[in-house]
Design a binder for this molecule. Structure first.
Ligand code: GAR
Length: 205
């Protein structure tokens, strides 16, 4: 195995953030290799996008619960990621909360993208929460994953305007476009080891 920085990607959905990252890797903008893509949803678009690019992609059944992995599933995810010898785990629309054993196995090496300017609007459908609240600026956040929900140290954020005639769909689209620029930039900085963490503060070299 070569000594390239190895990324494992987890997603539950269509995988547009994965595509943005895979394209940045292919273009040489992220000095890394995507070693494996895992999904808790058998039909998730992200698995197809990975296979089209000849990246190993695997569905792992999530087990008994709706919002987290059960113990057997958690162990199967951890084993697949360890087998792929990943240096970093990138959550790209992975819609389950990661817990104890998983977090302990990859402490400080899991990042997520969330469709709001955290700490505003954690949880689900954040673009709708933003619209309902009446904020004038929305956006997205890349952050380290800790034991809370969308609560880890913030690596990067990107803001977009909320327009008077926005619907949840149009705002979500604008946030998604910002994500596709922000996430590859953050992953590149992590792969280049240009990021250090001091408590909650993430410093870019
Ligand atoms: C993205 O908007 C991401 O921010 C969100 O899911 C979408 C995945 O889209 N993640 C969360 O809400 C996590 N709490 P994608 O599958 O096209 O990358």
């Amino acid at each position: 195995m070569n000594n390239k920085f190895r990324i494992g990607v987890l997603g539950s959905g269509k995988g547009s953030n994965f595509v943005a990252i895979a394209e940045a890797v292919a273009a040489g903008k992220i000095p890394a290799e995507i070693a494996v893509v895992l999904s808790d949803v058998e039909t998730a678009g992200i698995l197809g996008h990975a296979r089209e690019r000849n990246i190993p992609a695997q569905y792992i059944a999530p087990g008994l619960y709706r919002t987290k992995l059960d113990e057997a599933a958690e162990h199967a995810f951890v084993a697949a990621l360890q087998k792929a010898q990943v240096d970093l785990i990138v959550l790209a629309g992975f819609m389950r909360v990661l817990k104890g054993d998983f977090l302990r196995a990859f402490e400080g090496r899991i990042v997520n993208i969330h469709p709001s300017l955290l700490p505003c609007f954690p949880g689900l459908q954040s673009w709708k929460q933003a619209l309902d609240h009446g904020v004038k600026v929305a956006g997205c956040t890349v952050h380290f994953v800790d034991a809370g929900v969308d609560s880890g140290a913030i690596i990067g954020q990107s803001a977009v305007p909320v327009l008077d005639n926005d619907t949840p769909e149009t705002l979500h689209q604008r946030i998604h476009a910002a994500e596709h620029e922000l996430y590859p930039r953050c992953v590149a900085a992590l792969a280049r080891k240009e990021i250090t963490v001091e408590g909650r503060r993430v410093i870019w070299k």
